[in-house]
Design a protein around this ligand. Structure first.
Ligand code: BG6
Length: 278
């Protein structure tokens, strides 16, 4: 029998705290803390095992943005990943699972290099930990960009504040890639927003996420932070997204995108992210 187009893996910590990963893209499609969903997934998301899932946490690799040899944001989010280690309870009570993507005919057709991308998730009481490693088993140096495209669920994006960008330069993709410097203590969103903040600090706090709480994002080796909301006009151009949904998400995306990761043969790139409901 043919494998199903999509299938999911659930990490269950008890107390209605779960994390659901769709093997299509190893996309985290749900993270519930005490039964409260933390991630936005569009009502119009398509789960056909082909397109990227509109919401949750798609993985962007090996190309952030438009790509001459493959689809926007690369192939990792549209490949079926292997479950390398099924969910297992750790002595702490936390639950761990591991996923892997290796090069194959499909990836080679766009990017003709060998690689091993592993993704380890640990679900804690109020935290979700992501450990990423990219290994280069080949003879040539790899050059790629990487990003975790996190869609946070929020009651109203206009009331969210994002800390940590003051003093950072950013590329404004809504203004043809012009560069600016952020002068505000907190970033707020009141229009179509698509910015790559560079050399951001290790931590951002996002206020007024679900239940009026705060979300802490900590990141390691992910030097940039993308902030995105399509607002109403751009939302209309996205087929798998409802134009009325834009107030209910804010994408704050930890990545290594404004310059590529250069990975010599036999070496590993490691990065991590911790999300914590405060
Ligand atoms: C963001 C980009 O990370 O992703 C935006 O900065 C892009 O430019 C957005 O529009 C969504 O991309 P996609 O391919 O999932 O529609």
């Amino acid at each position: 029998m043919a494998a199903p187009a999509t299938s999911v893996v659930v990490l269950d910590r008890g107390n209605n705290t779960t994390c659901t990963v769709n093997l299509h893209g190893a996309t985290v499609v749900s993270w519930r803390v005490n039964n409260q969903e933390q991630l936005f997934v569009s009502k119009q998301a398509i789960f056909d095992g082909k397109r990227a899932i509109r919401g949750g946490i798609p993985i962007v690799f090996p190309q952030f943005g438009a790509w001459s040899t493959g689809p926007q944001h690369g192939f990792a989010r549209i490949c079926r990943w292997e479950l390398k280690k099924p969910p297992e309870r750790l002595p702490t009570g936390d639950v761990e699972a591991m996923f892997q993507l290796l090069d194959n005919e499909f990836t080679r057709s766009m990017w003709n290099y060998p690689f091993s991308l592993t993704y380890r998730l640990i679900l804690r009481e109020k935290e979700l930990h992501f450990n990423i490693s990219v290994y280069n088993p080949g003879a040539e140096t790899l050059s790629f960009t990487f990003l975790l495209h996190t869609y946070f669920k929020v009651p109203d994006v206009r009331r969210c504040q994002i800390t940590g960008m003051r003093g950072c330069t950013y590329i404004d993709k809504t203004r043809e890639g012009a560069m600016y410097q952020e002068h505000r203590d907190v970033v707020t969103i009141n229009e179509w927003t698509d910015r790559i903040y560079q050399n951001t600090p290790l931590e951002h706090i996002i206020t007024n996420v679900v239940s009026g709480r705060k979300m802490r994002m900590q990141k390691y080796n992910l030097v940039d932070t993308v902030v995105w909301n399509p607002w109403v006009e751009k939302a209309k151009e996205i087929p798998d997204f409802g134009e009325e949904e834009f107030p209910n998400l804010v994408c704050v995306e930890a990545g290594h995108v404004s310059s590529p990761v250069i990975l010599p043969p036999g070496t590993v790139f490691e990065a991590s992210q911790i999300l914590q409901v405060m």
